[in-house]
Design a protein around this ligand. Structure first.
Ligand SMILES: [Zn+2]
Length: 267
């Protein structure tokens, strides 16, 4: 995967947009003087905006094929065709397919944490590009992009929903509908941090629903559900169930990071 930069990011939109290239380059030169480009992870100076330094780049464990088609887990061998991991075969998830950009380690873990807790929206463009790349085969089949909703209390404390920010960016890049309110929390849930798999599943079971007033927007639609991290798959599983209950067609899941040291299981 090539290093993404603002130059590339401006490509499709900038080329067709009304803003001439010369003006855009001048504005960028001006902004570089005011805010020189820095690595999104370690903040050292680099050549281009919206990128990582070589060291932080090498520290990202990108998830590459061969993958389990259902859970998106890396598999050791490519046996050809569509492959399913033993975990997915034993306990099929409620969603059709999950994909993630990278393992939840190193620089990706830092980026996810920064997005979640420090309002680091400057990483949005790069992360959106990565998501579109990792979710290429899901996006082809998707019509609507929906974020995993935050609990109300957490939304207020944190002021924004990082999954909604990522979803909006993916919808913009892939030219799909963005439905930030299609899923809502129906009850408060404890933080999933530190819980076992079983506890996580119980914690989020039935905690999501499609509001009745928006049910028509879910019915029969192929939905791409977006979260920042998939740990055990409990949360995205509960969300997928709620969407399917509301009549959604296919539900796929796309995340920045996947905890790969334990097999995600449906929740
Ligand atoms: Zn760096």
């Amino acid at each position: 995967m090539a290093e993404w930069s603002l130059e590339e990011d401006c490509g499709p939109e900038g080329a067709r947009g009304p803003q001439p290239g010369l003006l855009r380059r001048s504005l960028r030169a001006l902004s570089d003087m005011v805010m020189p480009p820095v690595c999104l992870v370690c903040r050292t100076r680099i050549e281009a905006h919206d990128a990582l330094c070589a060291r932080c780049w090498r520290d990202i464990d990108f998830i590459r094929p061969p993958l389990c088609d259902r859970l998106g887990l890396p598999l050791p061998f490519d046996t050809g065709g569509t492959m399913i991991s033993a975990a997915a075969a034993a306990d099929p998830p409620p969603f059709a397919r999950a994909r993630a950009v990278a393992a939840h380690t190193g620089s990706m873990r830092t980026l996810v944490h920064a997005l979640k807790f420090h309002d680091r929206q400057d990483a949005r463009r790069l992360l959106g590009k990565w998501l579109v790349e990792a979710g290429r085969e899901l996006l082809v089949d998707s019509e609507v992009v929906v974020p995993v909703p935050l609990a109300r209390g957490r939304l207020l404390a944190r002021r924004f929903n990082q999954s909604a920010i990522l979803s909006r960016e993916v919808a913009r890049l892939a030219k799909l509908s963005f439905e930030p309110l299609l899923l809502e929390r129906t009850r408060a849930t404890a933080s999933q941090v530190g819980l076992s798999r079983g506890e996580r599943q119980r914690n989020v079971r039935g905690a999501f629903a499609v509001p009745t007033r928006l049910a028509a927007r879910a019915k029969g639609r192929n939905i791409l559900l977006i979260d920042d991290v998939i740990t055990t798959g409990s949360t995205v599983g509960a969300c997928a169930r709620a969407l399917i209950r509301a009549g959604a067609g296919r539900v796929d899941v796309l995340a920045l990071a996947l905890v790969t040291d334990q097999a995600p299981i449906p929740g």
